[in-house]
Design a protein around this ligand. Structure first.
Ligand code: MG
Ligand code: ZN
Length: 222
């Protein structure tokens, strides 16, 4: 069993990238966001343009990353599920932000798949080590490709925990989908069975109930 955990808005209480842009980028970042929402540019193009609009030095940004608020109920969740499942953070956000925030929050070591953040003079840049040209959602990190790679020969159910547009692609193929915020609306529109949640306390409560039902059954219940 593999848990694919989204970061921004899921493990982190807020969207780190939006907060970063709100604090440190030229306000025109919101127009670029609108172009993406309206489908005029891909998620990758959107992020590249926005990230390059950030103007701040490294010390300021490191402080910002350390202050990222993490859902503290993730710890008991992880303690329980890591006994029988693998857990990976798969995010279309920034790897360095996730590493710093996870370390600062005392989270256990987990594989992290995200876009790479680069510090450049006076700002930051981004590259995409997990880009998949075939990704239907045009994301920087194709969560479907990462989940495929991780579940690989071992197979077993893939469980997605997410909240937004970057989770839409994997929501179609995951065996179980835990959804919050806009991912709930997406699943409703697309007729994807899903379990709504707010915090990892809710996810844990559902997973605990699986000791009597298999996840496959949870799919039909949802
Ligand atoms: Mg998210
Ligand atoms: Zn994809």
């Amino acid at each position: 069993m593999l848990f694919v955990i989204d970061f921004d808005g899921t493990l982190a209480r807020h969207d780190t990238v939006d907060e970063l842009l709100g604090k440190f980028a030229d306000p025109a970042w919101a127009d670029v966001e609108q172009d993406w929402q309206d489908g005029r540019i891909t998620a990758v193009e959107c992020m590249q343009r926005q990230i390059r609009m950030v103007k701040a030095d490294q010390v300021t940004l490191e402080n910002f990353f350390r202050a990222i608020e993490v859902d503290e109920s993730f710890l008991p969740f992880h303690r329980h599920v890591s006994k029988f499942a693998r857990v990976a953070i798969v995010s279309d956000g920034l790897d360095h932000a996730i590493h710093v925030a996870s370390r600062h929050a005392g989270l256990p070591d987990m594989p992290i798949y995200a876009n790479r953040l680069h510090f450049v003079h006076g700002g930051i840049d981004i590259s995409h080590p997990h880009l998949n040209a075939q990704c239907k959602a045009g994301n920087g990190v194709c969560k479907c490709a990462v989940a495929n790679e991780l579940s690989g020969a071992r197979g077993g159910p893939v469980i997605l925990v997410g909240d937004g547009k970057s989770d839409a692609c994997l929501a179609h193929s995951a065996d179980v989908v835990f959804a919050k915020d806009s991912l709930i609306r997406y699943c409703e529109e697309q007729n994807i069975a899903h379990i709504p949640f707010d915090t990892f306390e809710d996810v844990l409560a559902t997973v605990m109930a699986w000791s009597t039902h298999l996840p496959q059954q949870a799919v039909s219940i949802a």
